[in-house]
Ligand binder design. Sequence first.
Ligand code: GLY
Length: 590
Amino acid sequence: MRAFFATALTTLLLGSLPALAQQAADSVAPEIGTAQTKKQAGTPVRGKKWMVAIANPYAAQAAADVLRSDGSAIDAAVAAQLVLGLVEPQSSGLGGGAFLVYFDAESGKLTTLDGRETAPAAATPRLFQNQAGEPLKFYDAVVGGRSVGTPGTPALLEEMHARWGKQPWDKLFAPAKQLATQGFVVSPRLEALVELDQVRLSVHPKTAAYFLPDGEPLKAGSTLKNPAYAETLARLSKNGAKEGFYGGETAKSVVATVGSFTANPGLLNLSDLANYQTRERKPVCSDYQEVSVCGMGPPSSGALTVGQILGIAGNFDLKELGPENPESWRIVGDASRLAFADRGRYMADSDFVPMPTKGLLKPDYLSARADLLDSEDGMAMTGDAVTPGDPSWDHAAVDYADDVSLELPSTTHFAIVDSQGNAVSMTSTIENAFGSRLMVGGFLLNNELTDFSFKSHDNGVPIANRVEPGKRPRSSMAPTIVMKDGKPVLVIGSPGGSRIIGYVAKTIIAYLDWGMDIQAAISSPHLVNRFGTYDLEENTDAANLAPELEKLGYEVKIRDLNSGLHGIAIENGELIGGADPRREGIVLAE
Ligand code: GLY
């Protein structure tokens, strides 16, 4: 086996941590960059049989052990997710939601499962507004019960295991139970994030007791036990999701915790939990070069927006231009701005609001959008030109106002391929780092509802992504499987709030157009443009492009861009994996 531990957690080089600013989307990045591992200079890991690329070594090891003992990719994903909820609690867990994109080798079928959180039945479009109908400040909405949606991850894990698991359900809980009971070593990243978030982590007694024992933030290298999580796992493994999480003691504790946080109580009740269901969705695929880029459709905007960026940029010769040419980034940046304009207007939970889903990816529509980039002076598009387009609808068109929701970077992504060729691309989240900051049963509850637009209408026109009872907040998560000739060739995804979309699109372009291996494609500098400001990754070559991009008319910001890309390329039967040097992940393979 070739293990790529970079140089393991002990050699993580802690970077400088930016100070937290107050309530501003662009300056607050709760799950910020904390480290660069030596992977950045590394070569990708190679394997012949199976491979896992996961954000934490404990979780990667748990998944690898499952695959080594002949478990399936789905078994490995369940084991990994249960461990991630313990060792990377700020990013994902049983209190959150996730999307699965899965390729089943035997049937040759790609399936997407939606384990997104839902708004409580009692929620109204004014959930995040004050008495005067004005949007709340972001963290006033996040911290407490108000932002907590019904978790989807436990139901998703059970559903995917029931469909494609090979090993017994309870066996997959063993690594997480053992680590929770015997303890795990706190990583530098967890230490840094706790240190930064002390004030918010101290608002709830259970959260404070766990992350700030004796009033002091957790220390990297210390051993942390979580007996409450072991008990929650025991109930879920023994009784299944319906009785062991969405009913019984865990459900009662979740509802009591959400409702009793008097400073900002939530609306979740026992029937919200009892009624939760995972949904199978039609995969959203878009053609790019010789491949089909497939991922999660609504309520995620991930696959649609990545598909739009690629579909618009694909009208230009990025391969010829190359990664160092500012013209490449003008095309990618403006393609992304146009895609984000459509996203803000049209994308939401299509079970609740009509969407022009097919129209958004039609080649003639994207080609017409690409014409907007073909300016005679080759300058960046002006702000006025970046408006939503007019895609075709399958039914009567609906008028929406533009969305105003914030999505800040946290979340986790993993990629797994097993020896049968089954492939898992799964992105999992509790939204903001440490979610709502409410802890129950040894796990954190999500704040996913703040992915809804806080405003429900603009000048009387409804916003598609407004809060509604039972609705799933729009996501940016983009777990992706790139298919060629009916088989996966690349399994990829990332955390990072709405920047996920840019991280994934860049990695696909770097791999397919610029011929980088998957590790180089992941490690390559980020340049992300969602709303006009061009974000360039600090301390990388991207920052050197600033003067050229400014000459093209962009406002440039050089900043930390904390992706967590994990990917596996499949080339002539060989597995080639990459883990993001910006976090603590590793690739393991055999
Ligand atoms: N909360 C992150 C996302 O769903 O995009």
